[in-house]
Design a protein around this ligand. Structure first.
Ligand code: S3P
Length: 415
């Protein structure tokens, strides 16, 4: 069982954006509770290569920005490692800067689609070498605003266009398909940018300057979700996770848990740097039931689907996950990696073109889990080991991408 009161590491999405926006603003920003995971360190390393002074002290980061046009041409390629957020958002910034830069990443990044960002940036007038995969070279410079209808739900694509829009003549208007995480919009407002949001339409105006800010990064609900599910499914558990980011574009997992009859409560809700933050009290729930997850809910829990699949194996009846094609182009094909691993444990699971169906409450057996070098697959199946002793992961190290110290924390609160 899991017991205790603890904090979770800082939000990955917000940590990336904090480095990027402070790097293109004027003055010294302080970022507290920054996530020192490998992905966010990749973002730091790229901006350092573009001449930004970034100092790390414990889990605080100090960034001396040189203004919106203050980045320098990097003398080397920009290596984003495993980080999709780094490459896609940075492409938007590079599009507006008058120099050439080449982006590369690890093997997983080299298989992830970038056309979704290249297309709108080209429409804005940016010169890009590369069609869909890394390496991609961006010859940035003068941009013009566009009126763009997105055909996928992606906060990374939306954010890339918004960031390019800061540099583009006139207005840049983006129409989202479904509401995706809005940390870029919130943080830009804090940095003094004129950005308007009307339901699914975002309008960004050409901007002269951003001004440095002190940013507190709340705990990452995606990281908290592993512990939340661990507590829901192990008898006797009760945990309090403090200072978790509860932006409603991210809290789909809480809605799902409530639909499944799970015992979760939000307490001490407040606003910090424009983001909703609160504490989560979670208790073991004996009678979990299956649910259906689709459409608008998907972008609000896209990174939580592997751990929701684990939860579904412990719930009575059927859980249907659909409209989740985007899972195929994450750090691994997460439909395949979840389904194959659950099958190897003897779970009743059916793979769908856009999701999966899980019938819960089967007795599962020991297995060796293939993580596919995907941090969220490793952490999700790590939770299975709370119930089934003989779960072995082929790689524990990949959790460092978003959660260094994950297994240590899990051990610390396990009884
Ligand atoms: C992220 C957006 C999501 C998410 C990723 C982080 C972000 O990707 O899966 O882990 O920080 O904007 P998409 O926007 O491509 O769905």
């Amino acid at each position: 069982m899991l017991r205790g009161s603890f904090e979770i590491l800082g939000d990955k999405s917000i940590s990336h954006r904090a480095i990027m926006l402070s790097s293109i603003s004027k003055g010294k920003s302080k970022i507290s509770n920054f996530l020192m995971g490998e992905d966010c360190l990749s973002t730091i390393s790229c901006f350092r290569k573009m001449g930004i002074d970034i100092q790390i002290e414990n889990n605080e980061v100090y960034v001396k920005g040189n203004g919106l046009y203050g980045l320098k041409k990097p003398s080397d390629v920009l290596d984003v490692g495993n980080s999709g957020t780094t490459i896609r958002l940075m492409m938007g910034i590079l599009a507006g800067n008058d120099f050439i830069a080449t982006l590369i990443g690890d093997e997983s990044i080299s298989k992830r689609p970038m056309k979704r960002v290249i297309d709108p940036l080209r429409l804005m007038g940016c010169d890009i070498y590369g069609e869909n995969y890394t390496p991609i070279t961006i010859n940035g410079g003068s941009l013009k605003g566009i009126d763009y209808h997105m055909n996928i739900s992606s906060a990374q694509v939306k954010s890339a266009i918004i960031l390019a829009g800061l540099y583009a003549d006139g207005k840049t208007i983006i129409h989202e398909k479904n509401r995706s995480r809005n940390h870029t919009e919130i943080m830009l407002k804090n940095f003094g940018v004129n950005i308007e949001v009307d339901d699914l339409t975002i309008t960004v105006n050409k901007t002269n300057e951003l001004y440095s800010q002190d940013i507190y990064v709340p705990g990452d609900i995606s990281s908290a979700s592993f512990f939340i599910v661990g507590a829901l499914i192990t008898e006797g558990s009760e945990i309090l996770i403090k200072n978790v980011g509860l932006n409603d574009t991210r809290t789909g997992i809480i809605d799902v848990i409530k639909n499944m009859n799970g015992d979760i409560q939000i307490i001490n809700k407040r606003i910090s740097c424009g983001e909703v933050v609160g504490d989560l009290l979670v208790r073991y729930t004996k009678n979990l039931n299956g649910t259906t997850i689709d459409k608008d809910l998907i972008p609000r829990l896209i990174d939580e689907i592997p751990i929701i699949a684990i939860l579904a194996t412990q719930a009575e009846g059927e859980t249907i996950i659909k409209d989740a094609c985007e899972l195929k182009v994450k750090e691994s094909n997460r439909i395949r990696s979840v389904v194959e691993n659950l099958k190897s444990m003897g779970a009743d699971v059916t793979e769908l073109e856009d999701g999966m169906i899980i019938k819960g409450k089967k007795i599962l057996k020991k297995a060796k889990i293939k993580t596919y070098n995907d941090h969220r697959i490793a952490m999700a199946f790590g939770i299975m080991s709370l119930i089934y002793d003989d779960i072995l992961l082929d790689d524990n190290k990949c959790v460092d991408i978003s959660f260094p110290g994950y297994f240590e924390l899990l051990k610390k609160i396990s009884y």
